[in-house]
Design a protein around this ligand. Structure first.
Ligand SMILES: O=C(O)[C@H]1O[C@H](OP(=O)(O)OP(=O)(O)OC[C@H]2O[C@@H](n3ccc(=O)[nH]c3=O)[C@H](O)[C@@H]2O)[C@H](O)[C@@H](O)[C@@H]1O
Length: 476
């Protein structure tokens, strides 16, 4: 064969071999791709099967990671949330509350001695709520707190109170009293003997700026609480709740007695508290709920409310800012029956201890009349607001810059003065404190908490004090 022909034939054979090789490689590639697709599908199916199995066996773990949070607060959003927490199968609703949440609530509610109470304290991260929770816990009662941590005043102070309570073993659930599902759940989880209902929209003058907040908390919230206690708890707890000295409104008889008129409130705040007392009457009458209303008189002390005058004045004095003093229309100084927190705590615990039983049942039938009570918790010795400022000046070692104005028509009343004989008779309430001695306790706490440095009569506000005090509400 001529050389060129031989070369061409050899080339043809090589090309054919190469083509065959390429065909084999393509076949193998197809095989690999088909099997990897199969593997991928099998993995997806297996994962789905695992998720379904997990959802069936551990629905609560899918609903919420552990926290005592019970948000959302409103009824509408809470029912939305309940639906969104169904298990993946959709065959049974998953709980909004995990098993760990429930365990923590039960642990906190457990009494530590025979005959002790188990108390749900609403507004537990508030001023009076935090103090009462600590006192109940200290004597061995079980306590669960509930608070919505709203921003009416610096929520970081409420969080600090919550940390203090946690350090003493009291859990505070993050939630709102208007969240009916949450209240029902709490009352289903624990057989509370008592509810101390202190959650409210406080502040007399602020009511002109945010009227609806007062209706939502002090009227709707109170109804939600009474509904839950009367119709969703078995047995029904006794309820002790915070009314206010402001219900005396334009009453001029002094000292204020529970028998005096309370049908002339001077502010919307007072009107919502008065409405609460009427609502309490209805729930006691229909459902046999034991209800005690406590009319607090301008409560002050450590861990207090930054919107109240004694607290905001201390802040202003430290910051070198003016304080505005309201003078009654007749030219006299406004006076308040300032009541120290320890006395109020003793009054609250006395009211809980003597509340008597509710007589109703979940079915709505009552077995007889239940106690319905109302008490003043005041100090019985009114002090001019100007005197309160003078005491603060002395304790802080710095003069206030005073601006005196005639009391604006904003719901304020010129004086309060409590007659506490009913509370003394029924649970031995005897306030025994002077404003001078006890404002000292407040100032001691205030300078520590805000790191205010008082030296040689001078007030040196440190960085922390400035930052924190700027965050305080100026609602007064
Ligand atoms: O006892 C009560 O029923 C009420 O006590 C306080 O209300 P109030 O007595 O008005 O307490 P502050 O806001 O601390 O005012 C105390 C006094 O300081 C006066 N004041 C307040 C603010 C201000 O800038 N200047 C001023 O002179 C007021 O007129 C009042 O006489 C609480 O804020 C209410 O939540 C509570 O229900």
């Amino acid at each position: 064969m001529p050389g060129g022909v031989v070369d061409a034939a050899a080339k043809g054979v090589r090309l054919e071999r190469h083509a065959a090789l390429l065909r084999r490689a393509a076949g193998a590639k197809q095989l690999v791709s088909a099997s990897s697709q199969l593997l991928f599908r099998a993995t997806v199916l297996a994962t789905l099967a695992l998720v379904v199995l997990f959802a069936v066996h551990y629905p609560s773990m899918l609903s919420r990671s552990f926290s005592l949070s019970a948000a959302p607060a409103s009824g509408a959003s809470s029912s939305r949330s309940r639906h969104s927490h169904r298990s993946l199968l959709g065959s049974r609703p998953a709980s909004r509350w995990s098993a760990a949440w429930e365990r923590e609530v039960r642990r906190s509610a457990a009494p530590r001695r025979d005959g002790a109470l188990s108390v749900l304290v609403t507004g537990a991260a508030g001023f009076v709520g935090a103090h009462c929770s600590l006192a109940l816990r200290a004597r061995g009662d079980g306590v669960v707190g509930l608070d919505n941590f709203n921003a009416y005043y610096d929520p970081s102070l409420k969080r600090a109170r919550q940390r203090l309570l946690a350090s003493r073993g009291v859990a505070v659930v993050d939630g709102d009293v208007n969240d009916a599902a949450l209240l029902e759940r709490l009352l289903a989880s624990v057989r509370f003997t008592h509810v101390l209902h202190l959650a409210a929209q406080a502040g007399v003058r602020h009511a002109m700026r945010a009227p609806q907040a007062y209706v939502a908390s002090n009227v709707a919230g109170l109804v939600a609480l009474f509904e839950a206690a009367a119709r969703h708890a078995d047995p029904q707890p006794a309820v002790v709740w915070a009314s206010s000295s402001s219900v005396y409104g334009l009453n001029t008889q002094a000292p204020f007695s529970e028998e005096h008129r309370t049908d002339r409130p001077a502010s919307l705040y007072a009107a919502t508290k008065k409405a609460g007392e009427a609502i309490a009457h209805a729930y006691n009458h229909i459902y046999g709920l034991s209800i005690t209303g406590l009319r607090f008189f301008t409560v002050y002390g450590p861990w207090g409310r930054p919107d109240m005058a004694y607290f905001s004045f201390a802040r202003s004095i430290v910051a070198g800012e003016p304080v505005t003093l309201f003078r009654a229309a007749d030219g006299s100084d406004a006076r308040r029956d300032f009541t120290y927190i320890d006395d109020v705590v003793r009054g609250c615990l006395g009211a809980l201890d003597t509340a008597g039983r509710s007589t109703g049942s979940r079915s709505g039938r009552k077995r007889g009349p239940a106690p319905l009570r109302v008490y003043n918790l005041g100090n019985t010795s009114p002090v001019p607001v100007t005197r309160m400022v003078a005491i603060l000046e002395k304790l802080l070692g710095k003069k206030a810059i005073k601006r005196v104005v005639t009391m604006p028509a904003n719901g304020d009343v010129p004086f309060t003065h409590a007659n506490v004989s009913h509370a003394a008779r029924d649970f031995g309430y005897r306030p025994a404190t002077s404003l001078e001695a006890c404002l000292r306790h407040f100032v001691d706490w205030f300078v520590r908490y805000y790191k205010v440095d008082i030296r040689g009569g001078n007030v040196l506000a440190g960085k922390t004090a400035k930052r924190k005090s700027m965050a305080m509400s100026s609602a007064s």
